[in-house]
Design a protein around this ligand. Structure first.
Ligand code: TYD
Length: 342
């Protein structure tokens, strides 16, 4: 297997690269990554000298780059993690989301068809289903995205569906839950709050913090993707979730405990997502479990271990939060509500 992992220098992608090199000893793992603010080569330091690994910089929406790598490396399979993925950024500016999450998927699909690749697995999100008050989304649930980000991911998913129908392209989709663990860029709830709490800064909870997210560890998510690549059926969708729902305030409580801080560092702010803030995500992953996959990371213990990872790996995240891009985003998005607590 000559595997092209797009977005492999990002959060879930880099965890997947480690897992693939471990579990597929005969495979070659080729990473293509645009190294945007959220993709960082230092994330792959520990695998960079592995002879089965190779890195290419570039964008998935560039067909010359994608086709060049497929030819040069004799690629047989693609797994696409490349995406713009932060809801709050998509509220400020959705253009880059359309480019990567919609146009990029189209380019990968066309290349899969042109070079007759064996498989293309597209990593999507439960957010394409929208919000659910009760019960769980299944792979048959309608697509009802509510943010520019989730709409862009849904756009990619629908192109896959159409390519499978129209051309018989051997593509399949995974839809993962909210993911936590090592190497997550510190703008998402968990690493954003952990890194701020470590510095004694206030953390901005949107509204009352009653929204519910279904959390899965990055290694479990990566394992679900690998399992789907090896055992899933082309044309199918597989949810990758851990049936582990928590309201935000409960997650924040664990983060406060593990960083040794108290509730005085919580600042409730008016919800910046307004009507686009999904209340609850919950999905059934029974279909993938039926293929023999199961997550293995218990939430609370693994969340605490994640906090300790951020404590130990300040060399990894401090350079990321000191960039002009990150500081400008934080100032623009949180400045009005955090004021002097920014
Ligand atoms: P996030 O990590 O951005 O993931 P997603 O939007 O994909 O669920 O947010 C998780 C939850 O945490 C979501 O309900 C919004 C909330 N949240 C805050 O309350 N404050 C924050 O600063 C952030 C980033 C998120």
């Amino acid at each position: 297997m000559h595997l092209l992992v797009t977005g492999g220098a990002g959060f879930i992608g880099s965890n997947f690269v480690r897992l693939a090199l471990q579990h597929l000893p005969d495979a070659r793992v080729i990473v293509l990554d645009a190294l945007t603010y959220a993709g960082n080569l230092s994330t792959l330091n520990d695998v960079s000298s592995n002879p089965h690994f190779r890195f290419y910089p570039g964008k998935i929406q560039d067909p010359v780059v994608v086709e060049g790598i497929i030819k040069a490396e004799g690629i047989t399979h693609i797994v696409n993690f490349a995406a713009e993925s932060h809801n709050d950024r998509s509220i400020l500016h959705a253009g880059s989301f359309i480019e990567t999450d919609v146009l990029g998927v189209y380019v990968l699909l066309e290349a899969t068809r042109k070079f007759k690749l064996e498989r293309m697995l597209h990593v999507s999100t439960d957010e394409v289903y929208g919000s659910i008050d009760e019960g769980h989304f299944t792979e048959q649930s309608p697509i009802e995205p509510n943010t520019p980000y989730s709409a862009s991911k849904a756009g990619g998913d629908l192109q896959i569906r159409a390519h499978v129908k129209a051309f018989g392209t051997p593509a399949l989709i995974t839809r993962g839950g909210n993911t936590y663990g090592p190497y997550q860029f510190p703008e998402k709830l968990i690493p954003f709050f952990v890194t701020r709490l470590m510095d004694g800064k206030k953390v901005p909870v949107y509204g009352e913090g009653n929204q519910v997210r279904e959390w899965i560890h990055a290694m479990d998510h990566a394992g679900g993707v690998l399992h789907t690549l090896l055992h899933g059926e082309p044309g199918q969708v597989y949810n990758v979730g851990d049936v582990n729902e928590r309201p935000n305030h409960e997650v924040v409580k664990i983060l406060l405990e593990e960083t040794g801080r108290d509730e005085s560092l919580i600042k409730r702010i008016p919800d910046p997502r307004k009507g686009a803030h999904d209340k609850r995500y919950s999905m059934s992953a029974d279909k993938l479990r039926g293929l023999g996959w199961a997550p293995t990371h218990p939430f609370e213990e693994s969340l605490r271990a994640t906090v300790r990872w951020y404590r130990d790996r300040q060399d990894w995240w401090r350079p990321l939060i000191s960039t002009d891009d990150f500081q400008a985003f934080i100032a623009r998005f949180y400045g009005p509500s955090l004021g002097e607590d920014l």
